[in-house]
Design a protein around this ligand. Structure first.
Ligand code: 13P
Ligand code: SF4
Length: 336
């Protein structure tokens, strides 16, 4: 372990978003991360969109709902979150007295960025008779302005749990919102946000792939745009997509979501073929640039020196907790 000046390290984290220390190239990062977990009683939670090596060293891998539920039940002293900022914030809101670490504070989310607090507050005030359901992909401030939080795993059930006459604002994902309007028949007011990763898929290229792989099932995340979802054989959250590939008798799948999930799909069904759905350009745009900011090196440094840490004012922690607790309670009721 290099000796570092913690004041300088904190200034660096403020500037860069992560701790940039020179590591001994001979260091076995896997072994070191496992050691630090034990010594510090830390739990490592990772989203399916993380790099394969981070998934392999994690204690729990899940979608946004699974990760929030795991964060709510952990007995560890430190939560290390290999995911994006809003996920680590959620873990902190659920565990105000624990230390929550995120390898790179700049691991954001285009959906969370689409809903700035003051614009969202005004929108909410313009519709005082509406109940606000916010997708978990939003900032703590927006959560604090919401009535119920949801994820792609439980959104449908949460909407259906409300009386039919209840007016609803759904934010910030317009694509997930439009999909849910169709599924539930509820006329919700939608915020105009989108995920840059799930918006990139090419209908034309997917159609070509489907022709070439006529036996393949096309599976998609509901953050995708409507024309893409219309082509899908199955639509679901990251966990639901993974389960579908495990239980389906199909042997080939075209996967319409972030590429990180393919690691678990291949691991659990090594005899099946998984083809990432092609984006509009020839780029690797179905890699989430925010999720991929986390690396094994940053993960090790953040566990060793316990920065960057998620911190929030007590009042915000308290206000943002209520709609998350409501989501967890409704999910429990439906066995989700
Ligand atoms: P889920 O984890 O709910 O599938 O959402 C996917 C996502 O885009 C997370 O940022
Ligand atoms: Fe946000 Fe999309 Fe990245 Fe998920 S995949 S963190 S929704 S930008």
């Amino acid at each position: 372990m290099a000796v570092i000046n913690m004041e300088e390290a904190k200034t660096q984290v403020d500037r860069k978003g992560f701790l940039d220390v020179a590591l001994d190239p001979a260091l076995d990062l896997f072994a070191e991360i496992q050691r630090l977990k034990k010594v510090k009683n830390a739990v490592l939670l990772a989203h399916y969109y993380q790099d394969a090596d981070i998934q392999d060293v994690a204690d729990f891998i899940g979608d946004s709902l699974g990760l929030a539920q795991e964060a709510a039940r952990t007995k560890a002293d430190i939560i290390v979150f290999a995911g994006v900022h809003f996920m680590a914030e959620t873990a902190k809101i659920l565990n105000p007295d624990k230390k929550v670490l995120l390898p790179d504070l700049k691991a954001g989310c285009s959906l969370a960025d689409s809903a700035p607090t003051e614009r969202f507050r005004t929108f909410r005030e313009e519709h005082p008779d509406h109940l606000v359901i916010s997708y978990i992909n939003c900032t703590a401030e927006v959560k604090a302005l919401s009535d119920i939080i949801c994820t792609s795993s439980n959104a449908e059930k949460i909407i259906e749990s409300l009386p039919p006459e209840q007016k609803i604002i759904f934010a910030p994902d317009k694509n997930l919102g439009a999909y849910l309007k169709k599924r539930t028949g509820r006329d919700m007011l939608l915020w105009n946000g989108a995920c840059i990763v799930h918006e990139i898929f090419s209908v034309k290229k997917i159609a070509e792939l489907k022709t070439r792989h006529s036996q393949a099932k096309f599976i998609a995340h509901p953050e995708c745009e409507e024309p893409v979802l219309r082509m899908a054989d199955f639509i679901g959250s990251t966990t639901a997509l993974l389960k579908y590939t495990q239980t389906s008798t199909a042997k080939e799948f075209i996967v319409g979501t972030e590429s990180g999930i393919l690691h678990q799909m291949i691991r659990s069904s090594p005899d099946k073929i998984f083809i990432p759905a092609p984006p509009e350009n020839n780029c690797a745009c179905n890699d989430c640039p925010y999720m991929k900011l986390n690396t094994l090196e940053k993960l090790y440094s953040c566990m060793e020196y316990e920065i960057p840490e998620i911190r929030m004012p007590a009042e915000l922690l308290e206000k943002a907790r209520k709609p998350i607790d409501r989501m967890l309670e409704i999910s429990r009721r439906y066995g989700l």
